[in-house]
Design a protein around this ligand. Structure first.
Ligand code: MLT
Length: 280
């Protein structure tokens, strides 16, 4: 069961979920730390099933990125100058605050973009990496145009408008057809976020650099996860990332879309547990 915590760092509150199964290990031995970074436009709560099923011996944290969930938002009113480095810096600060020197760091979609930014700044933090339903490329012109439209939408209709626009893309067709409770849950997670936090993330995603060239430099154990019904980052994209990261493992989650961990938590958790026990 995850516990909600908050850290006050540099005058800013960062809220996060924490799970700790180290005492479940003989002698309380630690296997390591796991950091899970959420997708857009969700929050740390999207990792609840992974935190609840954490294998023995691990300490896991899932932060709410700034402006999401219960973490404090940006102070500046305008979106100018916002970058993925802000999120990465908050995660670095939180790890420092908790005395964590290295961890298996994973993110889903936008969380993966944050993991790439973290790797650019402090590669030594990575005892392992998990890239779920994400891509290393920067936005295309078409994607940026879509993001500008999304900024208008969030200004006009807030989180509710974004939820309605995003849900069909976030969830796979099987989930939309057979798992209405997942759709309800994801909508609730989106609605809990302030419009300003969502707008800040859109601005940051639009300016993120391309991380493709960085893939060859990733030498830590790496798990790549992809839902086989992911329309936003198709499996072919995950395969390319897998081929570019030496020694990486690719796990395809059947009948899951972009939010593979929420749509098929059992399959996702099994893939993560295999990676943590055999590869890290
Ligand atoms: C996400 O799930 O985090 C978003 O789909 C990422 C994006 O829009 O690029």
């Amino acid at each position: 069961m995850a516990t909600r915590r908050a850290a006050r760092i540099g005058g800013r509150t960062i809220s996060y979920l924490e799970a700790d199964t180290r005492t479940a290990q003989p002698g309380g031995r630690s296997r390591g730390s796991l950091v899970l970074i959420h997708a857009f436009p969700l929050s740390a709560e999207m990792w609840a099933s992974q935190l609840d099923a954490l294998p023995p011996g691990w300490h896991a944290i899932a932060p709410d990125l700034r402006g999401f969930g219960r973490s404090e938002g940006d102070r500046a009113a305008s979106g100018d100058g916002l970058t993925m480095n802000d999120y990465a810096g908050d995660v670095i600060d939180l790890l420092g605050h908790l005395g964590i020197h290295d961890a298996v760091i994973g993110g889903l979609s936008m969380g993966g973009y944050v993991a790439f930014a973290l790797f650019r700044h402090v590669p030594s933090l990575f005892a392992g990496m998990m890239l779920a339903d994400t891509r290393p490329q920067t936005d295309t012109d078409e994607t940026r145009a879509g993001r500008r439209a999304m900024l208008d939408l969030v200004a006009r209709e807030g989180a509710a408008g974004v939820a309605t626009a995003m849900l069909p893309k976030l969830l796979g067709e099987t989930t939309r057809r057979e798992r209405p409770e997942v759709e309800r849950h994801v909508r609730e997670l989106i609605l809990a976020n302030p419009a300003a936090g969502i707008a800040g993330a859109i601005a940051r995603m639009m300016t993120r650099p391309d991380s493709t060239a960085q893939l060859a430099a990733i030498r830590c154990p790496t798990l790549i996860v992809a839902g086989d019904e992911d329309a936003l980052t198709p499996v072919a994209e995950a395969r390319r990332t897998h081929e570019a990261i030496r020694g990486s493992v690719l796990e395809v989650v059947a009948t899951a879309g972009h939010l593979s961990n929420l749509e098929r938590p059992d399959a996702f958790n099994a893939a993560l547990a295999r990676f943590l026990s055999h590869k890290v």
